[in-house]
Design a protein around this ligand. Structure first.
Ligand SMILES: N[C@@H](CCC[C@H](N)C(=O)O)C(=O)O
Length: 256
């Protein structure tokens, strides 16, 4: 069978996108998703995303990590599917769609996708780290000399330690750089550092706000710049937006 796909990237976090409104794709086929995400034998991507119909929303996002498994929310993938839906004419420049963590509002303005994230009620403060859920679980730790930091080695250790081994976590290392925040992320389900992680950047900006960074927090990742705006709520944070570019890279057909 020939599978028509589109490839998108959001600050270098890259995704294979498939229009599954006709429900032809077998979501239980882990091996197929893993093959498609393989950078040598398949198309290549940090994740795989299906756009599906939903009776109450403009569309539904179904997200898989590159290991082939469905996972929790992907912020950059969310921005990319909004751009994909707009490119396909499914939506205009505004939308409300459903993802695994619930409904998301989003809009495209001046070439940037603004994606509303779930409210964050709590930020756990551990011994030298923070832990919070922005749609996906995120460990956040301040480091020095982030550009030279061993993100894979240190991220692997945290992700596989006794606390996180079973459920897994994404692991973010952050450093303040003037007015900006640098963020590098080891991603669960990719099991490697990616160029950017939207839910991770969001978690990192909220942690940085605890040390006084004000909304909107400008963030730099290996794959480019993002911005996170938010408001403090009685408990935690609300009106959180992840803002940045999302681009179609190419479209193609792969034999499966
Ligand atoms: N790249 C993502 C995060 C995707 C989910 C993550 N790998 C997990 O399993 O938690 C993002 O942009 O948020």
């Amino acid at each position: 069978m020939n599978l028509k796909f589109f490839k998108y990237q959001g600050t270098g976090n890259d995704f294979i996108m498939v229009d599954n409104r006709k429900k032809f794709f077998d979501t239980a086929n882990t091996d197929l998703v893993k093959f498609l995400c393989d950078r040598r034998f398949g198309v290549g991507g940090d994740g795989f995303i299906l756009l599906e119909e939903h009776p109450d929303y403009d569309f539904q996002m179904v997200y898989f990590n590159s290991d082939g498994n469905q996972s929790s929310m992907c912020g950059n993938g969310g921005r990319c599917i909004v751009q994909f839906a707009s490119d396909m004419g499914v939506i205009g420049s505004e939308t409300s769609f459903l993802a695994i963590d619930g409904p998301h509002d989003a809009y495209i303005k001046d070439g940037l996708v603004h994606l509303k994230m779930i409210d964050v009620d709590a930020v756990e403060e551990g011994n030298g780290f923070y832990f919070l859920n922005t749609g996906s679980p995120h460990y956040v730790q301040y480091v020095q000399k982030i550009k030279e930091f061993a993100v894979y080695d240190e991220g692997y250790k945290v992700r596989n330690n006794e606390r996180f081994r079973k459920e897994g976590t994404n692991v973010n290392f952050i450093e303040k750089d003037g007015d900006r925040l640098w963020v590098r992320t080891y991603e669960r389900g990719v099991e490697d550092e990616t160029y950017s992680c939207g839910t991770g950047v969001t978690a990192s900006a909220l942690v940085a706000s605890l040390q006084g960074m004000k909304s909107p927090v400008p963030v730099t990742t290996l794959g480019g710049d993002l911005s996170i705006s938010f408001q403090k709520a009685d408990k935690g944070y609300k009106d959180i937006y992840l803002i940045g570019p999302a681009k179609q890279v190419f479209e193609g057909i792969i034999k499966i």
